[in-house]
Design a protein around this ligand. Structure first.
Ligand code: ATP
Ligand code: MG
Length: 330
């Protein structure tokens, strides 16, 4: 992985919402790289900043949000240095997103075909309408929907099929990175499972990187090769998914999440939630943001924010770890 150029590089990124009562620090000092053909999971509790980070990468933040620090690069290009015109071309052709509210991402008064053709033809001036139609059929087959549904309107499709259409549109222009923000949360478990299997197959067939955002730990652990764990806008741990179990030493927050998941929990460990509540993003705790909830917190955790330690594929932000310890846990 080391000599592979990353598709996505996030460097020291901080994002805040400007509100009448002050700044809401939604993303704080985030560093993350995603490599070609890799699936990276991004997990965290509701309100931890996952969607804000996804929107920041796509440069789709609304007017009340500001990037206060850092950089986002896609294929080496700083996304925030692009002109508006360049950004329009870049978005969807290099980076695409499946939104959290995917069910409403489709236009209800346009057929599936019209929507796919629009996406293709607005970016590919060299493409004829016939070529675009052929590509639309190909995309439908790729997401396992009968191409006869190209003539359908969104309301004529099931929730799972609509979701597949949204994925088809996201990958229509062969982007290098697809961000999927809770793409299956609104679907029932069976449909969710089959869509995830398909996402994995398509990803292997076509070859693009995915940043997969979810609050479902076990689902992400299964799909992704690496998982980034977000707490109060910070990525406090990045770990290969196959090390996501309680026999490995983890950030106390990750450990707490693992202990709350029956299927990831060893038989002799009692299932328990993490006590307390996520912090107020307008008034973050001193030191480590997790210290008020951490069972291992000591004085230094209350006073000093831990450095980020990164070794190989692993990153951790916790006073309990030294670099030596991290190496021994890779
Ligand atoms: N427009 C806004 N103005 C002020 N605060 C906002 C705004 N949008 C989001 N926030 C706050 O920013 C924080 C991060 O929100 P975000 O939507 O990124 O979280 P999330 O991890 O995606 O949550 P979920 O799992 O519920 O989707 C939350 O505390 C949220 O209340
Ligand atoms: Mg979200």
């Amino acid at each position: 992985m080391a000599d592979n150029k990353p598709v996505l590089e996030i460097e020291d990124l901080s994002v805040a919402y400007v509100t009448g009562s002050g700044l809401v620090h939604a993303v704080n000092d985030v560093n993350l790289k995603v490599y070609p053909n890799e699936i990276v999971g991004l997990i965290g509790e509701s309100g931890s900043g996952k969607s804000t980070m996804a929107y920041t990468i796509m440069r789709l933040l609304k007017g009340d949000a500001v990037v206060t620090k850092g950089r986002v690069k896609i294929l080496g290009q700083d996304v925030y240095q692009l002109s508006k015109k360049e950004l329009r071309q870049f978005r969807w052709s290099k980076m695409a997103m499946v939104f959290q509210s995917a069910m409403s991402a489709l236009n209800p008064v346009m057929t599936v075909e019209t929507q796919i053709l629009d996406a293709l033809l607005s970016h590919r001036k060299d493409m004829t309408k016939e070529q675009a139609r052929a590509r639309a059929r190909e995309l439908m087959e790729l997401v396992r929907i009968d191409p006869k549904h190209l003539k359908s309107y969104p309301h004529e499709l099931s929730g799972g099929m609509r979701q597949r259409v949204v994925i088809a549109i996201a990958i229509a222009l062969n982007p290098a990175l697809v961000i999927m923000d809770e793409p299956t949360t609104a679907l029932d478990v069976v449909v969710q499972r089959s869509i995830l299997d398909e996402i994995r197959k398509i990803q292997q067939e076509v070859g693009f990187a995915i940043l997969f955002v979810s609050h479902d730990f076990s689902l992400v652990a299964e799909l992704a090769s690496r998982v980034a764990i977000m707490y109060a806008g910070r990525i406090i741990e990045v770990t290969p998914s196959d090390l996501l179990h309680l026999q490995e030493k983890h950030h106390p927050y990750t450990e707490g999440l693992l202990k709350a998941i029956p299927e990831l929990t060893a038989e002799d460990v009692t299932i328990q939630g993490i006590g307390g509540y996520p912090p107020d993003l307008q008034d973050l705790p001193s030191g480590c943001a997790f210290h008020p909830r951490c069972p291992y917190a000591t004085d230094i955790c209350r006073r000093v924010r831990p450095e980020k330690l990164a070794v190989g594929d692993k990153l951790i932000e916790c006073h309990l770890f030294s670099e030596k310890e991290l190496v021994s846990h890779v």
